[in-house]
Write a protein that binds this ligand. Sequence first.
Ligand SMILES: C[S@@+](CC[C@H](N)C(=O)[O-])C[C@H]1O[C@@H](n2cnc3c(N)ncnc32)[C@H](O)[C@@H]1O
Length: 239
Amino acid sequence: MTEPKRKGPGSPDVTLKALSFIDNLTGQSHIADLGCGTGGQTMTLAKHVQGNITALDLFPDFINIFNHNAKQLGLQDRVKGIVGSMDNLPFQDEELDLIWSEGAIYNIGFEQGLNKWRKYLKTGGYIAVSESSWFTDERPVEINDFWMNAYPEIDTIPNQVAKIHKAGYLPVATFILPETCWTEHYFAPKITAEEIFLTKYAGNKAAEELVGSQRHEEELYRKYKEFYGYTFFIAKKMG
Ligand SMILES: C[S@@+](CC[C@H](N)C(=O)[O-])C[C@H]1O[C@@H](n2cnc3c(N)ncnc32)[C@H](O)[C@@H]1O
């Protein structure tokens, strides 16, 4: 499939809103963007912060596109994409001033990510992650079952904030991503990509199933968006 810029819900405005809560960055700062994809949010960050950004993703194809994009924007001297896994990071203890991760911490689980990544941050350093959340204590069976199958660690925002606190961070800000982060920035570009993909693989059952499951995810969102969404959490490592 051709690669849309975003691989999860988000937007440049939301990236900058999350960044507005972070006050420790200088030209010497080292920032990591974990599960960066092709770097939509990384390039937004890079244009608004000084310092170096190391962006990491498991998939070499995404990193190739990432480094190409960084070069196109003239950011290659301080923005580098590397292949790696977020459960085995190539950083020193207390090396990082900021850990960024949009729509990606779920790959190792919210609590595990918070706990495992903490040691790489300097005391007073920040973590900014977006993650799926329940907005209500109860919800219809269909959407509950979908999430229990896809990602059972989804939780309510108060519980997620408590997990941040328990992992040794001071919760600094929490905000829900607006619906346009799903509809305009995530689903809409995917529809074009899906159509190109289906034309290319016409008659291929696996391709049709993949697109079918993506369309199902979108239908569920439209039906149940009052019950769940994405939340940005910004927190500071305490000593
Ligand atoms: C939903 S996408 C989000 C990408 C990007 N941050 C964004 O917001 O557009 C999740 C990303 O996590 C990456 N990923 C999955 N497992 C990973 C792992 N173990 N380590 C690093 N990246 C991983 C995927 O390749 C994918 O690019």
